[in-house]
Design a protein around this ligand. Sequence first.
Ligand SMILES: Cc1cc2nc3c(=O)[nH]c(=O)nc-3n(C[C@H](O)[C@H](O)[C@H](O)COP(=O)(O)OP(=O)(O)OC[C@H]3O[C@@H](n4cnc5c(N)ncnc54)[C@H](O)[C@@H]3O)c2cc1C
Length: 432
Amino acid sequence: MANKAKPHVLVLGGNFAGLGAAQEIRKYAGDSVDITLIDRKPYLLYVPNIPAEVFENRNPQRTMTMDILGPLDDDNVTFIQGDVKAIDVESRRVDYVPNERPGSAPTSLGYDYLVVALGNRLAFDRIEGFAEHGHTLTDTTYGEALRRYLHEDYKGGPVAIGSARFHQGDGANGLSPYPGGSIPSAEAACEGPPVEAMLACATWLSQQGMGGPEKITAFTPAAMIAEDAGEEVVNKLLEIASGMGFNYINKTQDIKRITADGIEFANGKSVEAELKIIFPDWVAHDFLRGLPISDSEGFVVTDLLMRNPKHPEVLAAGDVAAVTVPKLGAIGHQQTEIVGKQIAKDMGRISAGEADAPLQPVVYCIGDMGANKAFYIRSNSWYGGDYQILKMGHVPYLLKMQYKNLFYRSKGKMPPWGLDAAKLMVERLFVA
Ligand SMILES: Cc1cc2nc3c(=O)[nH]c(=O)nc-3n(C[C@H](O)[C@H](O)[C@H](O)COP(=O)(O)OP(=O)(O)OC[C@H]3O[C@@H](n4cnc5c(N)ncnc54)[C@H](O)[C@@H]3O)c2cc1C
């Protein structure tokens, strides 16, 4: 447990952002701090490859988790398995309940620095009819249920794939990550996955001899699906998709209800579907709402150095941060390095010049399309940046699979050359 002589950094959450933040803090701050990490589970859920596992008929429960105890040990980070219940930023304490066995006594732990990396609630519980009639790909339990449904129950009827409305807070208003740019308002939390699911599902249908894109309707609450990828990229994607025969509905406003026969939308329209693959609202944890560090919807407010303006000893990374729009692991990954450097700066381990490079978010997304192909998007234009790149083919697919293998092998410590090499391979060498 924490050594009193050293500042104590408490990291909440141990998935991409939490594990990454703990590793980056150790990398830059060295032994100047004690680090404790709390998560309700001792493994990382490798969410991005769940769709590929499901459509390639592998049980994601067997392949999409990585132990975090070994990686945390390597960096001398104390792990506590527990449910975080409350944060008291004035007295710098966190309440949690150890959760390996029911009945554990509520406990609290103090900190000098707090890194909030708790992700969000994926609010399927707010979608009427989801439990009875919906499917999704957001975790391995739901992914395995969909895999079984496809292979055991699906009768070949129409498919609808899309998102519920995202309710973004006001916590990133006024931030300008690129000259003249902003953190935009999103109407869907993360639309790479629905685009991925529609392409992969079409390939799966044709492989089964059950049809193809014409059976699938993609829908979005926004004016344009996956608008974070940049207008040029989305227009290109939509042109390709409509050429293939996909159906498309935009401006649904929200999902009102899911029934056995289809989906009813808040704008009064509906779509018939046997299979409904849904991505919900990403909602802040209840205990974050109303805190001095939180925005109007409970997301943690930070500046572009990932520090809360009122409580600079509180930092955030990943989906929980108000500035993370859309909710993408790749953006969380960029933030963890900033978090590590900020704490190292306070410890006198690195200079302000080295530490204070503000976040410049980049949408970086590789989505499975089935048949060993994937699409690759690298874009910053939504935030006021100047590039938007779309590539499709076998090389991005190879990269998606290799990225996961490398992530597991390096225990989450992706070598810096990983992304650069990926960029070079996909954008210059192999894909037209
Ligand atoms: C199908 C799908 C595909 C995706 N593909 C991509 C992709 O290709 N590229 C990309 O960049 N992003 C992708 N994303 C988004 C990506 O998965 C998320 O952005 C990423 O997981 C966020 O990481 P995080 O660590 O911030 O939060 P999370 O992954 O949500 O982790 C939060 C952690 O906090 C823990 N936790 C939560 N509440 C508590 C509590 N009260 N007490 C204790 N512990 C708690 C959880 O157990 C978890 O370990 C995809 C998402 C989906 C759904």
